[in-house]
Each structure stands twice: as structure tokens, then as C-alpha cells.
Write a protein that binds this ligand. Structure first.
Ligand SMILES: C[S@@+](CC[C@H](N)C(=O)[O-])C[C@H]1O[C@@H](n2cnc3c(N)ncnc32)[C@H](O)[C@@H]1O
Length: 206
């Protein structure tokens, strides 16, 4: 990356992030600390941003596919994969959620630190805006993700989805349940102004 604006440290890993890419924050760190990954699993990291979750997962996973709508994020995640010596285990794709996937692509674990905050029209106009803006009720991308993800999981596979209590955690748990998943909150972190970050794990039937 020619002009990294910031270097972020997470344990022994390092991430260079520039202005057009979501800078790892509380949600990223809470997520990365709670991957619960098994050695040798195949992982999909949707909305990879700097690649913090993908690169962390690649420490144990057999293979990680990192996807983002933002071309600058893909470039940044590629550089961070090289920086952390996991380049050989990773692939990268610039795409809107699963739009570029072919049927038959299936993963043990799908990660998504989603754009989950309520937003007003126009707030998604920049790449940084698109990293957090979830539409009027904050669920625009989350609901699309929940309806599409089942087709891309192996039998017994798992989903980890980060969202906030501002955008309907119960709604997410029941949306997964409707599709035959067992879903529960696995980690939380209280933020100022009555918001709690919430990591939801949904398990498909084996
Ligand atoms: C909250 S950031 C998370 C970044 C990183 N995973 C982390 O934890 O720091 C959300 C990311 O999702 C990406 N994104 C938003 N909408 C998307 C979509 N429809 N398809 C793919 N990526 C999307 C954004 O560009 C952004 O990089």
C-alpha cells in the first residue's frame, strides 16, 4: 500500500489501513477475539475491510476467502495478508455479498462484521459510509445476508455475525431460527449511549 495512514496492532498481527478503508475498531477486536475457529476449517470473511478477521482466521484455517464491495479494502486486505505471511492461504474477491459466487461454494465458517447502524439516505455515499450504514432500520445488508448465507455453508457449518443492539438482535436470532439455524449471542461489549455490540453465532444443522 503506497500511503498507509495508520498501523494497527492486534496481538502479534499488524494491519496498515488507509482513509478509504474501515479502521479496525471495538467491533473488529471483539469479533477477532471470538472466532472460535478449528484448525483446518474453510472460512469466508464477508466485508473484510482491512482483512483483520480474515488474517486472524488464516492463522488456523486451511483457507480463507476475503470479500468486500470496496476495491480499496481488497487492496488493503491483500497487503495485510502479505504483511502477516498468510498470503498463500487466502483469496480475495471484490463483490456485493454473494453476488459473484457460484453454487457449490461452501464454507465451514462465514464471518460478517456487517454495516449494522441505522442511517439516513446519502450516508452510504462514501466507502466509509458503506462500511457502517445499514439503512433506515440498520438491517438492509444484514437481512439480505441472512437470507442468502444458508446456500454457502457446509452441513454443520457456522455463521458469526456482528451487529448492535440498536438494530434488533432478537430479530436476527429469529430470522436464523426460521431458516433452521440454532442462533445465540456469544459475545457482547457495552458501548457508550446505551449500545451493546453483539456477536451472534448461528449453527446450521449437521
Ligand atoms: C464494519 S466494516 C468491517 C470491516 C472488517 N471486517 C473489520 O471487522 O474491521 C464492514 C465492511 O463491509 C463492507 N461491505 C458493506 N456492504 C457490503 C456488501 N454489500 N458486500 C460486501 N461488502 C460489504 C464494507 O466495505 C466494509 O469493509
Amino acid at each position: 500500500m503506497p500511503y498507509p495512514t495508520k498501523r494497527i496492532h492486534f496481538g502479534s498481527l499488524v494491519f496498515d489501513v488507509n482513509d478509504d478503508v474501515y479502521e479496525p475498531a471495538e467491533d473488529s477486536f471483539l469479533f477477532a477475539e471470538n472466532l472460535g475457529l478449528n484448525v483446518g476449517e474453510s472460512v469466508l470473511d464477508l466485508g473484510t475491510g482491512s482483512g483483520i478477521l480474515a488474517v486472524t482466521a488464516a492463522q488456523k484455517a486451511a483457507h480463507v476467502l476475503a470479500v468486500d464491495l470496496n476495491p480499496y479494502a481488497i487492496r488493503c486486505a491483500k497487503e495485510n495478508a502479505k504483511l502477516n505471511h498468510v498470503w498463500g492461504k487466502m483469496d480475495f474477491l471484490q463483490a456485493d455479498l454473494f453476488s459473484a459466487f457460484h453454487s457449490g461454494m461452501r464454507f465451514d465458517l462465514v464471518l460478517f462484521n456487517a454495516p449494522y447502524l441505522p442511517s439516513e439516505a446519502g450516508e452510504e455515499a462514501t466507502w466509509i459510509g458503506r462500511s457502517w450504514a445499514g439503512g433506515a432500520n440498520g438491517r438492509l445488508v444484514v437481512d439480505r445476508f441472512i437470507s442468502e448465507v444458508p446456500a454457502y455453508l457446509k452441513s454443520g457449518g457456522r455463521v458469526l455475525l456482528m451487529q448492535s443492539t440498536l438494530t434488533g438482535v432478537e430479530e436476527t436470532v429469529s430470522a436464523f431460527a426460521k431458516r433452521g439455524f440454532k442462533a445465540a449471542v456469544t459475545a457482547t461489549q457495552q458501548l457508550p449511549f446505551f449500545e451493546t455490540l453483539t456477536l451472534i453465532e448461528a449453527k446450521a444443522e449437521a
